[in-house]
Design a protein around this ligand. Structure first.
Ligand code: HEM
Length: 462
């Protein structure tokens, strides 16, 4: 096979050093130097790096059946079993078809109240806090997105065991993050203390979830949540419901996929707003004029064009899912290259979103890039925060609504500036985290300021 060009790196270690120490810059430099498809070396293993919307369209959409997910997902399999994120082929397709309807916009509407309740609890605490000191909103966003995904999935079923489940889950999420970064891993059956802890945490979660499933079957709840839906739907071919094992895998998958990604999108958006006071002011005014101080409704969310562009632009600059991997099943022609079967490919939304061919002045925060006109003029698949094709994020609307609701509620009550002394650097773990967290100096918005920034009278009367 003729390999696409690329940086040769070290004779034995290939590009491992760059991949470990400066992976974001490294990926961002490849297209300009080597073209739309290049070769990188993980030690002696060659992997293709792809950065062109048409090639991405081919891999993720047109010929997606010829690709599986890559090695990175193996580490998640122990935790997520055969859930949507980690399963493949016909098994995945059958699950995806069945679960997809739960994420339609009308169904999501039913979850908006839960999201608001969680945000309300967080803001009550913020209002009591000592605001003279800056605080780390990234921790807060991690906590609230975990709460929201817990509440929208299981409602209050795990209340009595919430602490055990929360601790076990947090431990597992950390362990998975560490394991995906560790180059050489011992299998989990080797009785290392961390491995035993991982197994114990999985056991705790499984036993609590089994109890939840059984109690739901005995006493069905009339409150809608995602678990109700997962337990109600039936396979088209057999007419059967999902069994406990599959339910558990899907619940864990939604927990993991929906938590940290959304938390990071929120943290980065707050950071960018704090660094761009003009944009913060515009958002606040838009919220004031459309919603005022009342509770936002589902309909309001479609009438906040500027806020929505800010969120889009934030996920352009800091896409929480910063890397997408695939592996060929059979050989495939990609561009002018023939890639063999079993060959790994990488696509980096982080680097693609900085490609000057589609994003002039790419480092600049410019929400206006997302006006309908601008979007229409860019090739599809030049923007991939939620991936593309059949395996595109199933939770994209859920996440977007959650981000909108939390941001609206924060901006209705607080204004803020950035307190970090230096630029916050992105830390590419499983998701793209703000390294060291985003620290904000917060100030309550008082009534007189509301009036100055144009709160409508009718809004204030709600
Ligand atoms: C800002 C937040 C989020 C981002 C940036 C994000 C991003 C992504 C991306 C890029 C993929 C595709 C990965 C690939 O093709 O290899 C994906 C898949 C997935 N996401 Fe999200 N996600 C977010 C929030 C959520 C939420 C809230 C949920 C669930 C409640 C969720 C559930 C999933 C699932 C289940 C998959 C696998 C879908 C499949 O393969 O069929 N995500 N996500």
């Amino acid at each position: 096979m003729k390999h696409p060009p690329g940086p040769f790196g070290h004779i034995l270690f290939g590009n491992l050093r760059d991949l470990r120490t400066r992976v974001l810059e490294f990926f961002s430099s490849l297209q300009k130097q080597y073209g739309d498809i290049s070769t990188i070396r993980f030690s002696v293993r060659r992997v293709s790096y792809i950065q062109h919307p048409d090639l991405i369209h081919h891999i993720l959409q047109v010929n997606s059946r010829n690709y599986t997910k890559s090695l990175r997902y193996e580490q998640l399999k122990y935790l997520l079993g055969n859930g949507l994120l980690t399963s493949e082929g016909e098994f995945w397709l059958r699950q995806r078809r069945m679960i997809q309807p739960a994420f339609h916009r009308q169904k999501l509407q039913l979850l908006a109240d839960e999201m608001r309740e969680c945000a309300e609890q967080m803001l009550i605490e913020w209002e009591k806090a000592d605001l003279s000191k800056p605080f780390n909103v990234s921790n807060e966003m991690m906590a609230i997105t975990l709460q929201i995904v817990g509440k929208t999935l299981l409602n209050s079923d795990v209340k009595s065991e919430a602490k055990n489940v929360g601790d076990a889950l947090s431990f597992l999420l950390k362990a998975v993050n560490i394991r995906t970064r560790t180059p050489v891993l011992l299998p989990l059956w080797v009785p290392l203390p961390t491995h035993l802890k991982i197994k114990a945490a999985v056991k705790t979660i499984n036993s609590v979830l089994d109890k939840v499933f059984e109690s739901r079957r005995k006493n069905p709840t009339d409150r809608y949540d995602l678990l109700t839906m997962l337990m109600e739907v039936k396979y088209e071919d057999t007419g059967e419901h999902m069994g406990n094992k599959q339910l558990r895998d899907e619940v864990m998958t939604l927990f993991v996929a929906g938590h940290e990604t959304t938390a990071n999108a929120l943290s980065w958006t707050l950071y960018l707003l704090a660094k761009n006071p003009e944009a913060l002011k515009k958002c606040t005014e838009e919220i004031n004029n459309t919603i005022g101080t009342r509770k936002s409704t589902f309909d309001d969310l479609a009438h906040l064009p500027y806020l929505n562009m800010v969120i889009d632009e934030s996920m352009r600059l800091y896409p929480p899912a910063w890397i997408i991997g695939r592996k060929t099943i059979k050989s495939d022609s990609v561009g002018s290259y023939k890639l063999p079967s079993g060959h790994n490919l990488l696509i980096s939304p982080y680097a693609l979103h900085r490609d000057e061919r589609y994003w002039p002045d790419p480092e600049k925060f410019m929400p206006e890039r997302f006006t309908a006109e601008m979007v229409k003029n860019r090739p599809r698949n030049s923007y991939l925060p939620f991936g593309a094709g059949p395996r595109m994020c199933i939770g994209n609307n859920f996440a977007f609504m959650e981000i909108q609701i939390v941001l609206i509620m924060i901006m209705q009550r607080f204004t803020f500036t950035v307190a970090n002394q230096e630029e916050v650097q992105p830390e590419p773990l499983i998701t793209l985290r703000p390294k060291g967290g985003v620290w904000l100096s917060m100030k309550k918005v008082n009534d007189s300021e509301h009036k100055n920034t144009g709160f409508s009278q009718s809004a204030q009367n709600h």
